[in-house]
Design a protein around this ligand. Structure first.
Ligand SMILES: Cc1ncc(COP(=O)(O)O)c(C=O)c1O
Length: 356
């Protein structure tokens, strides 16, 4: 028996797994809610999405996702406030970015109502899965991939759009030490770096494994031509604070246009924190670390929100960042942004959207 929520057909799971979940000890993206949204592209159009029980999907071995990597995704979160109201943060930006990514990978773009109404219906059905605990949220993973078959290296004729959700705790635990990359690149001019394409992440895993073996948790990617300019991290944009100025690299076709990044830039400006969006050389950061003007370095992204970096490695040298103080930009901006996301304070920017 199906019901309709927000114009979306809902087929409910017969049983719920929710009683098996320890909401006080959630890892990141490890357990999945009872339902998912599923939507197929066939015969040249997107069919109406449906909420169905969370379940495995069957694909033909010749499905083009396996061979040509046509796959894009998004990462967003739903929050529950003290009154049990459910909130999303700038969800239309995720929708638009998904379509920007799709276009670059020759994947058909989605209609806005399928994404937004589908997401709202899914959140309504799995409302009990949205954690209430401070620092936890429901991580949302929309993705689109080539389900159509064939060994011809050309775009598929069929695609699947799915949204799954995972009640999640913190993304990183403990200090984050990063290695500034001198050899490998995650993206190049004219490439797909600005898209959230699955293959961008596959390409990062091996260099990141090498960094992990050396004792770092993450790689900071530099520009592919000279490796002299800081671009971004694996799943985060990067900010540094030199004296009192916050600096971050401009977006380009090599860098993901992060929603957290642009929110931080706007928030910082509104708080009269000097912000510079400009090329940031590794040389400048190393010199600032040496002369003591490098006060902070942090990653910014939906998963980790703001993740302070405790030190970085470059050309076989290690540089430590000062210990975080109560007046650090990282702590201040993280509190400002999470307070807005979780409906604890006014949202003068109009970023928050209630899900009813
Ligand atoms: C490569 C990359 N850079 C930056 C980000 C941060 O983007 P956002 O703040 O929109 O999550 C992400 C995560 O989505 C990412 O995967």
């Amino acid at each position: 028996m199906s019901t309709i929520i927000h114009d979306i057909e809902v087929l409910k799971a017969k049983t719920s797994k929710i009683s098996e979940i320890d909401f006080n000890n959630l890892k990141f993206g490890h357990v999945f809610s009872d339902h998912m949204l599923e939507c197929d592209f066939k015969n040249g159009e997107w069919e109406a999405p449906k909420v169905v029980p969370y379940q495995p999907i069957t694909l033909d071995p010749s499905a083009k996702i396996f061979h040509y990597g046509q796959s894009v995704f998004e990462g967003m979160k739903a929050y529950k406030d003290a009154d049990g109201k459910v909130w999303l943060f700038r969800p239309l930006d995720n929708f638009k970015r998904l379509n920007i990514s799709s276009k670059r990978l020759a994947i058909p773009e989605l209609p806005e109502n399928y994404f937004m109404d589908g997401l709202k219906a899914l959140l309504k059905v799995d409302e009990d899965w949205i954690p209430e605990k401070e620092g936890s949220s429901l991580y949302i993973r929309p993705f689109v991939f080539a389900s159509g078959n064939g060994f011809h290296a050309s775009p598929a004729d069929e695609y699947k759009f799915i949204i799954c959700t995972a009640p999640s705790g913190a993304y990183f635990s403990g200090e984050v030490k990063v290695l500034i990359e001198e050899k490998y690149s995650r993206s190049a001019n004219g490439g797909v770096g600005f898209a959230k394409a699955g293959g961008n992440y596959a390409g990062q895993f091996y260099p990141t494994q090498l960094a992990v073996e050396k004792g770092y948790q993450q790689v900071i990617w530099t520009d592919d031509t000279s490796h002299e300019y800081i671009e971004e991290a694996g799943a985060m944009n990067i900010f540094v604070r030199i004296d009192d100025t916050l600096v971050t690299a401009p977006t380009s076709d090599r860098i993901l246009d992060g929603i957290t990044r642009k929110s931080i830039i706007e928030l910082a400006k509104s708080e009269n924190i000097p912000v510079e969006v400009r090329k940031l050389s590794v040389k400048e950061v190393v010199e600032a670390a040496q002369n003591g003007s490098l006060k902070e370095m942090f990653g910014a992204g939906t998963a980790a929100v703001i993740s302070p970096i405790s030190g970085f490695g470059y050309k076989d040298n290690d540089y430590e960042l000062p210990k975080l103080t109560d007046d650090s930009y990282a702590s201040f901006l993280k509190k400002r942004i999470t307070d807005i996301q979780t409906n604890k304070v006014e949202d003068p920017f109009g970023w928050r959207m209630e899900v009813k």
